[in-house]
Design a protein. Structure first.
Length: 199
């Protein structure tokens, strides 16, 4: 039995932090897991900037309300789910993801939680589990699934390489160059064909 494990940002929806960085005019917030493989370091960096700028969850959610899935993402996901099980495994947060899940037709999502103060300021975050993408894929495998991983960033690579197949989607040239063993695609039709080829 197969299950496709997909990253969210960069694969199905635009990068939330990049959209927010552009909305508030703080270029340093454009850093993502494509740039910084250490997620804790990246989040500490982001929270320091938010605190110094006086920005919190309500301002980020205002930006998220304007974000649509990437063109073709919902059709891709619908077509995929007609053929096999699929789950989104993301390092995003439930407080960010809900409107995006609605626009994608409510797919299954495993993600994390923000710790937010009464004033709306982000005080921290709770990871669902350590090394959450890889850990989740291994748990699915122990439950009897063959996993197919899809992502675009450093933090997706262990998930991608742990399964019976894995693909990079719209990744950076540097990540693709460092991982020549992982097939890389830029169009949903090509990605879907590659997934069908290993189901």
């Amino acid at each position: 039995m197969n299950i496709v494990c997909l990253d969210l940002e960069g694969v199905l929806v635009p990068e939330i932090w990049i959209a927010f960085a552009d909305a508030v005019g703080i270029p340093d917030l454009r850093r993502t897991t494509r740039d910084e493989p250490d997620y804790d370091k990246l989040m500490a960096f982001r929270m320091d900037i938010l605190k110094s700028a006086g920005l919190g969850l309500p301002q980020i959610q205002e930006t998220i309300a304007t974000i649509d899935p990437l063109p073709g993402a919902k059709d891709f996901l619908d077509a995929l789910r007609e053929q096999t099980q699929a789950v989104i495994i993301s390092d995003t947060f439930t407080q960010f993801a809900k409107p995006l899940m609605k626009r994608l037709g409510w797919p299954s999502l495993f993600c994390n939680e923000l710790v937010v103060g009464d004033d709306g300021m982000i005080e921290g975050y709770t990871m669902r589990c350590e090394d959450s993408k890889y850990t989740t894929v291994r748990a699915l495998q122990h439950a009897g699934f063959d996993t197919i991983g899809i992502g675009d960033s450093f933090n997706d690579l262990r998930m991608i390489k742990a399964g019976k197949a894995g693909f990079l989607f719209r990744s950076t040239d540097a990540i693709k160059s460092d991982n020549p063993d992982v097939p890389a695609f830029d169009a949903y039709d090509d990605l879907l064909a590659a997934i069908y080829g290993v189901l």
